[in-house]
Structures are given as C-alpha cells and as structure tokens.
Design a protein around this ligand. Structure first.
Ligand code: NDP
Ligand code: 2IT
Length: 445
C-alpha cells in the first residue's frame, strides 16, 4: 500500500476495532489507489479518502417481534448510509444470523464504488439484521419484516435511501417491507425500495439481473481473448438468487454448469445442473440442495467440503464473503481454471486474489462483476420515477450495455494507471475517482 495511504488505513483500524471484513474491504481499495494519489494530490488535500472511509450515518435499532408460539423475539437492525455524493444511498438488506455492524459496513463500503462504477446516479448504503429466516413460517417472516420496517421507514425514501434485497431478502420480503412502509406513511412511494414484484412497481429483469450481469461480464472477458462461453465448464457456488440466474445465463450461452451449493454442501452433476430442479428446491420448497439427488440420482452430493475442488474453466463464487480461500484458489489453478468472476460480494480472500494474479487467472472483482443487480435497481427507480414499465428485452439490453460499459471502463482505467488487464485496479480506481470528484465539488460536508 502507498505510504500516503497507510495512515488512512491505520486510522480505519483504530476507529473500527474488530470489524475485520470492513478492514479487508478498505484495504483492498486503498491498495489500488497509490497511482491515483500520486497523480492527483488534491484528493489528499480534501481528505477525500479519509472521509470516504467514515459512513455519513450509521443506524442500529431494536427489532422486537412475536413468533408463532407467542414468544417475544429480539433482533438487531442496521442501516449504514455510507456515501451520498452521487445520489441517494442505495444498497441491499441482508437477513442472516452472521450480520453485524462490521459486515454491513464492508458491504456498504463496497457498494459506494460499485454504484459509482455502474454509471447510475446512486450513492452507497447497506443494511440488514441478524434475523435468521431459515425454519421460520411465512407469518413469522412477515411479522419480522413489519417490525423491521416500523423503525427503518423514518430513515428511507426515494430521494434519501433506497434499500433492496441481499442474502435472505428476496421478492417475498421486499413485499412485506413495502406493504408496511406504505401502511405507516400512507404513501404509495414506489421508488423507496427496489426488487418489487412486477404487479406493484417492480422492474423486469431485476430478479435475474445480478446473475445475468455477472455472466455478461464474463462474456466480455472472454471476448477480449476471442473466446465465448460455448462449451465451457463452469462451477457456481450458492443456489440463491445470484447463483440461480448465473446458472441460467451460462446455460443459455452454451456453457455447462457442473456444480452448485448451499451452506450445507455441494452437488456435482456432470450432465449439467438442472435449473428447474434447483428453482423448485430453493424458490418453491425453500429446502436444502442435497434434495437435488431425489430428482437426479446420478448426481453426487458432497457435504461440508469446498466445491472449488471440482475442475472447471470458469468459477463464479455467488454465495458469501470469504468463501474461496488460498487453498481453493490453488485447486482451481491446478485444474486449469482461467476466469474467476465474483457474483457475491468479496467471496475471494486476499490470499486467493493474490494467487490468481500470480497464476495469470483473470479475476473480476464483485464491485464490477455483480454490479448488474444494483444497476437494474437504478433502472427500476427510473421506471418508477416516470411511471413507466419496460419490456424484458429492452431492460436486458440496458443491463448488457451497462455491464459492457463497466468492463470497458475497468480495462481502460487499469491501462491509464499502469496496470493493464488488472480488473481489481481498474474497478477500484474508476469507482473511486467519480465519487471523489463529486465529493470535492460538493465541499466539506
Ligand atoms: P440468497 O439468500 O438468495 O442466496 C445465498 C446463497 O448463498 C444460498 O445458497 C446460501 O446457502 C449461500 N450462503 C449464504 N451464506 C452462506 C454462508 N455463510 N456459507 C455458505 N453459504 C452461504 O442471496 P443472494 O443470491 O442474493 O446473494 C448471494 C451473494 O451475492 C451475497 O454475497 C450478496 O451480497 C451478493 N449480491 C447479491 C445481489 C442481489 O441482487 N441479490 C447483488 C449483488 C451481490 P443457504 O441457503 O444454505 O444459507
Ligand atoms: O450487493 C448488491 O449490490 C445488492 N445486494 C443489490 C443492491 C440493490 O440496491 O439492488
């Protein structure tokens, strides 16, 4: 890391003790910014980088609710409004027992640069709760969402802060959250949340956007080598929203996805993962991926092991942070994997990212490769603002164009700052400079 940035990083460590994922996300960005501060000393004079590492506002609240047995349950809610230089805070809500302030801050920090890179007018934020939806009834999920929104509503709005989904928050939860917001405020304010259902203000392609976008990004990488997805062997981790639609798009473009997973283990199907079965298990039954074998007895289920041992040409980590470590990277490299694109946020550890760079594996960081989800959220906001509703084809074409734009900006920025072909440097620098310029222009606020 450039010595001018070491002090900034030390300050982050001092001010945010114990928040290891947040430290990791900041380190990764600061590591790329050496050539930027060398070329543009005015960013340091305006303390832009220091200010960027401090959220504008952090909200933590109590979420009490009543379970089916009549017992009072207690969770903690978070919304970190990180940076609004480019637009209203924008970013998902995560419901998972592992959620804490450090996780929400890492996600909010990533979101600033991702949203900037997307080229859409959105700032960065993230939120969520340590609520665990697994095993909860429909009624319990609804009452939790209502309790969560009963506090959150006062902090959000279409010009203020626009939440969406993330792990554990999909169309069902956005429905309950929107319903409660509407009820409390007595306003049909469509633009306050994205990821809504098509009947009540949602955008076509938003459900598919993150997974599709990640695969569009991979397509652009392959194009630079004169290759395509046709005939490629792909491993996708996770089996939630991002993984499902990444699998769908890979298959549509002629690739074969041979493995996917959930937190219990992974499935290998050499005939190609059957998407309809995955969707039936995950979207309809909300069951475990191990039940895939009930429909496809020739497949293999492996419990509690890393799916990165499965040989592939392309790896798409689409589950969660730090799910792919140095050992996993070594296995992928040994098996000849040549592209890794992050559908999830920060799924690869720094050791893994270093190993890919040393081995010449093309690595696309999440803030570039998974930006299609939030970009399509911004398209949803655009449709809501104009009370319009676009076709699937038009919206998907917009998404594909945005992913091409992000890809090309990463490469041209990496070139400009002396790291040709380095998508990490390109994404961090391009994302940063746009926010930094806006912050300088807006003054010390
Ligand atoms: P979902 O809740 O739909 O799916 C999450 C998947 O990841 C599930 O298969 C889940 O398995 C697995 N998973 C979650 N936590 C863990 C864990 N601790 N260990 C192992 N597996 C885990 O979430 P999404 O698909 O929406 O999100 C996946 C990733 O993509 C996250 O990193 C998210 O931040 C990122 N992302 C999401 C976007 C979106 O639009 N939804 C946009 C951009 C990024 P199980 O069911 O067993 O828990
Ligand atoms: O990590 C992400 O970009 C998301 N979870 C999507 C955020 C959004 O506002 O659509």
């Amino acid at each position: 890391m450039d010595e001018k940035l070491v002090d900034v990083y030390d300050e982050v460590l001092r001010r945010n003790p114990g928040e290891t994922e947040f430290h990791q996300a900041v380190h990764e960005v600061l590591d790329s910014l050496g050539p930027v501060v060398a070329k543009h000393p005015h960013y340091a004079d305006a303390a832009v980088i220091r200010r960027l590492c401090e959220p504008e506002r952090q909200i933590i609240f109590r979420v009490p609710w009543v379970d089916d047995a009549g017992r009072i349950q207690l969770n903690r809610g978070f919304r970190v409004e990180f940076n609004s230089a480019l637009g209203p805070y924008k970013g998902g809500l995560r419901f998972h027992p592992s959620v804490n302030l450090g996780i929400v801050k890492f996600l909010g920090y990533e979101q600033i640069f991702k949203n900037s890179l997307s080229g859409m007018p959105i700032g960065g934020g993230k939120g969520g709760s340590d609520f665990d939806p697994k095993g909860r009834s429909e009624g319990e999920v609804m009452r939790f969402c209502q309790a969560f929104m009963t506090e959150l509503y006062r902090h959000i709005g279409e010009y203020t802060d626009v939440p969406a989904g993330d792990i554990g928050v999909g169309g069902r939860e956005i429905g309950y959250l929107f319903g409660q917001y509407k009820r409390i405020t007595n306003r049909y304010e469509s633009g306050v949340l994205t990821g809504k259902g098509l009947a009540w203000g949602g955008s076509r392609v938003r459900t598919e956007a993150t997974g599709y976008g990640t695969v569009f990004f991979v397509q652009e990488i392959l194009k630079t080598r004169g290759e395509s997805l046709d005939g490629k062997r792909v491993v996708v981790s996770g089996s939630g929203n991002v993984a499902t639609y990444a699998i769908a798009k890979v298959q549509e473009l002629g690739g074969t996805v041979v493995a996917c997973s959930d937190s219990g283990g992974y499935v290998v199907d050499e005939r190609g993962i059957d998407l309809a079965t995955v969707q039936e298990i995950k979207e309809e039954r909300r069951a475990r991926i191990s039940t895939y074998l009930e429909h496809h007895p020739h497949a293999q289920y492996v419990e509690n092991h890393s799916l990165w041992q499965v040989p592939c040409d392309i790896a798409l980590p689409c589950a969660t942070q730090n799910e792919l470590n140095g050992t996993d990277a070594a296995a992928l490299i040994a098996h000849g994997c040549s592209v890794v694109a992050e559908g999830a946020n920060m799924p690869c550890t720094p050791e893994a990212v270093r190993a890919f760079a040393e081995a010449g594996v093309t690595f696309a960081p999440g803030k570039a490769a998974n930006a299609g989800g939030v970009a399509t959220s911004a398209l949803e906001m655009q449709q809501n603002a104009s009370r319009d509703s676009w076709t699937f084809e038009h919206t998907e074409e917009r998404l594909a164009g945005i992913m091409r734009g992000i890809h090309d900006r990463c490469l041209s920025t990496a070139d400009e700052y002396g790291s040709p072909g380095n998508y990490v440097a390109g994404a961090n620098i391009a994302g940063f400079t746009q926010v930094a310029d806006a912050m300088v222009a807006l003054g010390v606020i």
